[in-house]
Structures are given as C-alpha cells and as structure tokens.
Design a protein. Structure first.
Length: 175
C-alpha cells in the first residue's frame, strides 16, 4: 500500500473504532436510506449483527455486495469519514463468526438473554463483516448538508401538546 492508502486505512480504523454508531446504506440503492447501526471493529473490519427478533434491522446488505459507511464524531456528532465496504456474511459456527460474536456480545446493551445470545444469533440473525474497500476511496468531512428525511415509523405523536402544559410543568418546579 502507498502512504495515502495507509493514512486512509488508519483514518477509517480509528474513526470507526471510536464511534458508537455507523450509518450504513446498502449497495443496491445508492439513494436509499441510511441506517444507524451499532457495531464493533474486529480484525480490520466493522462487524454488525441484526435482522432477527429484537435486533437491529440491517439495510439492504447482501453477501458479496457493497455498502456505503459513514462514521460520525462521538463528541460532536458530525460526519468524520465515509467509506465503501465489501459485505461478507459470516457463517454461523465458523472461527471468524465465533471471534466476531465474542466481541459483539460485549457491546450488546440490554439483551434479554445475555447468556444464550450467541446461540440465538446463530439461529435467527445475520452477522456481517463490512470490509473497507480503500481502492474505492475515502471521503473525509463534508462540504454540504447530508440531512435526510426520517424513515417511516409507527412511532408518531398522536396529538399536539396541550396549551396549558408548559404552565403546569412550571408550577411543579416551583413547588
């Protein structure tokens, strides 16, 4: 690798290791929505688990396909770097799967079945390895706004806030 490629690899690794979330867009629809995914950096790639009951939904990611990954700053939340990734689905029970799941298990918060989680992941979920494709380029920072409309969700506000609520809350704080 040349010096610029080594610097790009170091930037991708450090930014991704330190970020709690990565934003991932599947390769089949480059204009599709990005999803925030929790991950772990293991052996030179980001690993994610999902698509099972109670786990994060994975965007349109297929084995052998590509994805676009955006890494945000942990303290400010701004975009640090974007990179292309090759998607590799790890087969359950393989040595690579066991190693990745060992690290992912330690990062999974609020799991209902922390002890049986690896077995459940092996039966019901997908574990994906997102390998940086540095030949496709790294895009540090951003010149323009990358705001996108929120994805459709059943979680909506049913009614407007009652007009008297702010006064009621202010009275409670005084008393």
């Amino acid at each position: 690798m040349t010096t610029p490629e080594l610097l790009d690899a170091a930037l991708v690794e450090e930014a991704t290791k330190k970020s709690g979330l990565i934003w991932v867009r599947g390769g089949s629809d480059p204009s599709g929505p990005e999803r925030a995914l929790w991950h772990v950096w293991h052996e030179g790639a980001a690993h994610v688990v999902g698509d099972g009951p109670g786990e994060q939904p994975l965007p349109d990611l297929v084995d052998g396909g590509s994805a676009t990954v955006t890494v945000r700053s942990k303290d400010k939340g701004g975009r640090l770097v974007g990179w292309r990734a090759k998607v590799v689905e790890l087969a359950s029970g393989t040595q690579a799967w066991e190693a990745a799941v060992g690290d992912l298990k330690g990062k999974r918060l609020n799991a209902p079945d922390s002890e049986a989680m690896p077995e459940r992941w092996g039966r019901e979920c997908r574990v994906l390895r997102l390998e940086p494709d540095l030949g496709a380029g790294v895009v540090p920072g951003s010149d323009g706004a990358l705001a996108a409309p929120p994805l459709p969700s059943p979680a909506v506000t049913r009614n407007a806030v009652p007009a008297g609520l702010p006064r009621l809350l202010a009275r409670r704080k005084k008393g």
